[in-house]
Ligand binder design. Structure first.
Ligand code: SAH
Ligand code: SF4
Length: 386
């Protein structure tokens, strides 16, 4: 029989969910192959894409321009899983944080940002998680605290956008920008990340332009190189946070594997391949990395690159010795970097910009579930640094 589950399972072994084909995890070209295996015309794939990503329905039964027989066949061989929105969501001004539960019960979070000036009216940006937890273990980060549980599948990244888009559909708003800056190291989940980006980008579906998709990385150098080779006009942000290997080794264990010289060399390759300006994120830790000498070294380090330095006020997670830099120190650092000829901004603190502390809500949820003292509770999810 054409399209029997065994044949489909063989065709899409990495995209099964509860023994059936997970259509939300397929690239448009794979959806075409899927409908062909069911003996249908490729046009059906276009219809499915429209239902999934434009009309955003959650069940085959709602796909009313498909024949009943085809819908029943789809029910038998395929599934459309979705993320569960665990309430309450937390809001502050223009920013809303969502805690989602994955089908296996793991929590992740995403952030919706409204009215960033450069987006225009009715345009939103969302900050997505790429993994459950993170293996990189950065000293200052909530996501690093619990280690890596697993990679997110592509559909679990895309569904964060779909779930948020559905909530703003009625207001006529549209998710126009996506940043992979939530929980996880996106370049540690390279294949699924690229798959998610291709699904988000496809013109028949959500149509989010590659230029409007940003990836933030702690510096997984071989993956930066692989990404450069793909020559996609994706925005790349590097979490730098230090200008000396000795300090960066301590703050970010990834630096012991690929040091600053190797990281900056890969950034140059990325810029040469894509022509895109690089963003360097720099979390401001009082007395640790916020001196004017560090600012001077930063200017030296980034010489020859087209770059933007984004200073991030540290959002406190429980740590015995770190404190956020004062506004005066942040301003002085910014001015020094600007005097050195680099563009340098300070992440705004009113929740209207990217929330740097994605991971805190999840950490709190996990602590609540395991019954440990919810120490993160003392830190409002939107404390000044958020
Ligand atoms: N893993 C990727 C992307 C997620 S983290 C990365 O590290 O780039 C997104 C950004 O938030 C990174 O620049 C990270 O260094 C920063 N960040 C993490 N914890 C933070 C905190 N408590 N306060 C401020 N920024 C933080
Ligand atoms: Fe992972 Fe990024 Fe947090 Fe480092 S800063 S632990 S890479 S999420």
């Amino acid at each position: 029989m054409v399209g029997c589950p065994e044949e489909l399972a063989r065709a899409f072994p990495d995209h099964l969910h509860e023994g059936k084909v997970n259509l939300k995890d397929l690239l448009p070209s794979e959806l075409e192959a899927f409908v062909r295996l069911l003996g249908q015309s490729p046009y059906r794939a276009r219809q499915l894409i429209r239902w999934l990503y434009v009309r955003r329905v959650g069940a085959f039964a709602d796909m009313t321009d498909l024949s009943r027989a085809f819908r029943e066949l789809l029910e038998a061989v395929a599934v459309l899983p979705s993320l569960h929105l665990a309430s309450p969501q937390e809001s502050l001004q223009d920013t809303t944080k969502f805690l989602f539960t994955l089908p296996d019960g793991n929590p992740i979070e995403s952030v919706r940002m409204r009215y960033l000036e450069h987006l225009g009216p009715g345009r939103l940006a969302v900050c997505l998680s790429s993994q459950v937890g993170c293996a990189m273990g950065c000293e200052f980060c909530a996501s690093g605290k619990l280690g890596l549980v697993r990679n997110l599948q592509a559909w679990e990244m895309v569904d964060q956008v779909l779930a948020i888009q559905r909530r703003v559909d009625a207001r006529g708003e549209r998710v126009a920008n996506v940043v992979f800056m939530g929980i996880g190291e996106p370049l540690h989940n390279f294949r699924n990340l690229l798959r998610a980006i291709r699904i988000l980008n496809h013109g028949d579906g959500l149509g989010i332009g590659m230029r409007h998709i940003a990836i933030s990385t702690s510096g997984v150098v071989p993956a930066i190189r692989r990404l450069a080779e793909k020559r996609l006009p994706l925005k790349l942000a590097i979490s730098l946070h230090a200008t000396r290997d000795e300090l960066r080794d301590r703050l970010m264990p990834v630096n012991r594997r690929w040091n600053l010289a190797e990281l900056l060399a890969s950034c140059r390759e990325y810029q040469a391949a894509t022509g895109r300006r690089m963003t360097f994120e720099y979390v401001m830790l009082d007395g640790v990395n916020d001196s004017l000498e560090e600012a001077d070294r930063l200017v030296e380090l980034l010489g020859g690159l087209r770059s933007l330095v984004n200073l991030i006020p540290w959002n406190p997670v429980d740590h015995p010795s770190f404190r956020r830099s004062s506004k005066i120190r942040v301003r002085a650092f910014q001015e020094r970097v600007q005097q050195g000829g680099l563009r340098c901004t300070v992440r705004r603190e009113k929740g209207s910009d990217i929330d740097a502390a994605c991971g805190q809500l999840r950490l709190r949820e996990i602590r609540r579930n395991v019954g440990a003292a919810p120490r993160a509770e003392n830190t409002p999810a939107f404390s000044a640094g958020g």
